[in-house]
Ligand binder design. Sequence first.
Ligand code: ZN
Length: 409
Amino acid sequence: MADTIIKVDLSQSPYQNDMVHNRWHPDIPMVAWVKPGDEFIVETYDWTGGFIKNNDSADDVRDINLTIVHFLSGPIGVKGAEPGDLLVVDILDIGAKKDSEWGFNGFFSKNNGGGFLTEHYPHAQKSIWDFSGMFTRSRHVPGVKFPGLIHPGLIGCLPDPKLLKTWNDREIPFIDSQPDRIPPLGNKPFAETAHLGALKGEKKAKAAAEAARTVPPREHGGNCDIKDLSRGSRVYFPVYVPGGGLSMGDLHFSQGDGEITFCGAIEMAGWLHLRVEVLKDGVAKYGIKNPIFKPSPIKPRYDDYLIFEGISVDEQGKQHYLDVHVAYRQACLNAIEYLKKFGYSGAQAYSILGTAPVEGHISGVVDIPNACATLWLPTAIFDFDINPSSAGPSRHIDGSVQMPISPDI
Ligand code: ZN
């Protein structure tokens, strides 16, 4: 049995757990040391540290202070790992915590976080998903059931001081270029809610003022939200500090490509069973700038999809040049309009796209002026036939069940 080297108690605030942190900084102390070849288990909070509750109100999604996220377990030191090495991480298994077999999905208010379709869904909404072994259903989104493709949304190694400075030097002026934008262009360091594990006192205050927020993916990996980083996959992370300092969290029971709902996929607390190795000088040997990974040998099997196309012409009919973001948004909006014909609210359809094993593909980026993105919706996740037919769509979802909504006050 692999040892559990990081434990979390879901009834305790993550701020009370010194094996947890919510910023990236080279001075965060290692919480444990392992050797290459070791297997071990790490428990994690959900990304909000338990702020979002299993209930029928979206008030928590509306009211959350987003400067507290993400609560990560670590950093873990690996003996012998040096800057320039690659840390090889095998994700041997992942699961939900036994005392917490549920997850949440939501949309943040446009005024507090927003999301991919925030102009269309500007209010806080939430759906709760219950797990039955490997499957999930939601009492707020009827008519769908799918197996989990469980993965950490966020995993990576600590930055060194130089890399941290690079992040701050490029992100802070960028955010300041549109200071009044809602939502903002990014998230600057914010000391008040920083939790740097066992780092305390003056050292903590100094680090907290410059520690990077955990929201974006960066060179070290971080919040990549890649649904295929599931159990059985192997990741190669660049090492920047002695020991590497591997941290992780933001576990997802399932997620559609893009994690378009932002709060977030099906978010859960859980555990990971890991094994680590070190590839000496792997960064230079393989020309690595960002992590690379190998997929899992197992995956939910879907043979049939309904595929929605989107092009880089926005909702107002404005032309954009090869803009994949605009094109994917159109593909998602097209899928939502289609699902509404079966009785779903737009919010429920949006939630399905954020949670189910939906695939997003960049299909064309050269055919000027339009990029083409596609959204692949597995037909078998629905309790009914969603294919087009001469009889037309029938309303399988009667509207009696809706997702909780909490407009701003
Ligand atoms: Zn997440």
